[in-house]
Design a protein around this ligand. Structure first.
Ligand code: ATP
Length: 199
């Protein structure tokens, strides 16, 4: 699996629809300070479900929408699509290409899509779980992130190795199963109480 294309429209400094194709090998994006290089990686994290405006270097989520400049009016929505080559079926979908899209309007209304079909954020999170591509995964190393990783608690650092070894999905499922088990145990207790009262 590899990143094939990213399309940004109305996202941060990308007022017009902008398409970047990633070919085989290494791609370097160069440009003057403030020209929007980091906004590209912000766009990738955003489409993968980043919910923290702060980690996208903004104050509120609306800040990801192009706010206007001397030459251009602000726009009303922001959209980013990532297209991944999935010929090796890393993503558990029967498509050779998978496109994930996130769109947000100034009204706050938000949409997620997988191959143009509306979906939930949870579907996107689960799709990328254990692939190393999630919003918290190690595929995007931002400025200062290496120092942050080295200085964090060992438990947090362990999370990175867990994602790389592909066990996060199972840990999540175990947590969900444990929650259901606890709820069922509570229900059973309540039923026992009722039976006791009726007898
Ligand atoms: P550096 O080399 O200094 O790290 P960079 O090329 O990575 O810079 P970015 O940080 O990606 O640049 O882009 C910052 C630019 O994006 C700023 O000029 C900022 O005004 C612009 N920008 C960010 N959010 C918006 C927005 N919502 N609307 C319009 N412009 C925006």
């Amino acid at each position: 699996m590899y990143l094939k294309r990213i399309e940004l429209a109305g996202f941060k400094s990308f007022a017009d629809k902008t398409e970047l194709e990633f070919v085989n090998g290494i791609t370097a994006v160069v440009g003057p300070n403030g020209s929007g290089k980091s906004n590209i990686s912000d766009g990738i994290r955003w489409v993968l479900g980043e919910q923290s405006a702060k980690s996208l270097r903004g104050g509120k989520m609306e800040d990801v929408i192009f706010a206007g400049s001397d030459a251009r009016k602000a726009v009303n929505y922001s959209e980013v699509s990532l297209t991944l080559n999935n010929e090796d079926n890393t993503l558990p979908l029967e498509y050779n290409e998978v496109t994930v899209t996130r769109r947000v309007h100034r009204s706050g209304e938000s949409e997620y899509l997988i191959n143009k079909q509306p979906c939930r954020l949870k579907d996107i999170t689960e799709l990328f779980m254990d692939t190393g591509i999630g919003k918290e995964a190690y595929s995007i190393i931002g400025q200062g992130r290496i120092e942050e990783i080295l200085s964090t608690r060992s438990e947090d650092r362990r999370g990175i190795f867990e994602e790389a070894s592909g066990i996060v999905k199972y840990k999540m499922r175990k947590k969900e199963a444990q929650k259901k088990l606890d709820e069922t145990e509570q229900n059973l207790l309540r039923i026992h109480d009722l039976i006791y009262e009726l007898e």
